[in-house]
Design a protein around this ligand. Structure first.
Ligand code: RIB
Ligand code: CA
Length: 316
């Protein structure tokens, strides 16, 4: 059932997620935004095992008073063994802060099939927001390559931007590294891709002590949730000597919801595969010397104040 289209502003999202703490905040931003209609959530293994990602997503949907369906997806990358990020997000992926994260039931239908059916069922209307490893999206593309021409936008939290640092190896970002083969399939698919890399997150979505105090001062169940689920990642950042944790999926979601303030570069990008130091590394043709046509809009900046204003609005 479609909500009334708010003056043509209604944005229809399908969110693919490995529901760790920052994913949950991003999902809350979408569910609580007046111009966004979330059609479905599809879970993928990444930060945590896929079963936990499903439960974390279902908890977040319930917290927001939504009945959006959550579907089970891939429980491992296409070729390599799953490496989770529980050392960052906590064993449950949501900060180990005591939330009841079990016993909720996912919807019928596997993630890749739901992606294909949702996109082909509303050609030109669906934005896919992928905030975990790209296994589900790659499987959907292998099953139905025609989704590449039917999807409206594909916003991906992934990669290291034009020349940013890696966060899981010196050169690779976690989502692209966990399933580099899937990331290559997506990069080469011809879909209208927009990459929001970890460089933009550390640049504009860093939760410093001041930003943390601003969020806590909102004093709502949503701001409390955002702080509580981030407790493990905040501790990890402190121990690593960072001035705070960053929010990669929420800033990617902010770009998906409102790209008007983002700066982008349209470049040819590929993703390196296989096991070794090149795994998941973005191959960015910065000067266009490679001769291949640019295929991706790489976000290079999104103003920090704009992002935090959107995050605060979601926490009101
Ligand atoms: O590199 C950051 C990404 O890896 C985010 O999506 C975070 O949730 C983890 O999945
Ligand atoms: Ca994620």
């Amino acid at each position: 059932m479609l909500r009334p289209d708010v003056g043509g502003r209604l944005k229809r999202f399908l969110i693919d997620t490995d529901t760790g703490s920052d994913d949950a905040i991003a999902i809350m931003m979408a569910l609580r935004h007046p111009d966004v209609q979330v059609e479905a959530l599809t879970a993928v293994a990444g930060n945590v095992e896929v079963g936990q990602a499903v439960q974390n997503a279902l908890y977040t949907v319930e917290l927001c008073g939504s009945d959006v369906p959550v579907h089970v997806g891939a429980d491992a990358p296409m070729l390599c063994r799953l490496e989770t990020a529980q050392y960052v997000h906590g064993q449950d992926g949501m900060g180990d802060c005591g939330l009841e994260l079990n016993g909720r039931s996912p919807a019928e239908g596997r993630a890749a099939d739901v992606i294909v059916d949702t996109v082909l069922g509303s050609p030109g209307e669906i934005t896919i927001v992928a905030i975990g490893p790209l296994t589900n999206l790659a499987v959907a593309l292998l099953r139905a390559p025609e989704i590449a021409d039917a999807v409206q936008r594909v916003v991906i939290m992934g990669g290291t931007g034009v020349n940013g640092p890696g966060n899981v190896t010196p050169m690779a970002e976690f989502n692209f590294w966990v399933d580099a083969e899937a990331a290559r399939i997506v990069a080469r698919s011809g879909m209208p891709l927009e990459f929001v890399g970890w460089d933009v997150s550390i640049q504009s979505a860093l939760v410093s002590a001041e930003r943390d105090a601003e969020i806590r001062a909102l004093n709502t169940k949503y701001s409390e949730f955002a702080v509580d689920v981030s407790s493990a990642v905040a501790a990890f950042a402190r121990e690593a000597g960072f001035p705070g944790n960053d929010l990669p999926d929420p800033i990617a979601m902010a770009h998906a919801i409102d790209p008007s303030r983002s700066q982008t570069s349209r470049l040819h990008v590929d993703v390196m595969v296989g096991e070794g130091p090149q795994r998941g590394v973005m191959e960015v043709d910065r000067l266009g010397f490679g001769g291949a046509a640019p295929n991706i809009d790489v976000v290079t900046d999104l103003p920090s104040d704009h992002f935090f204003a959107m995050l605060h609005a979601a926490c009101q």
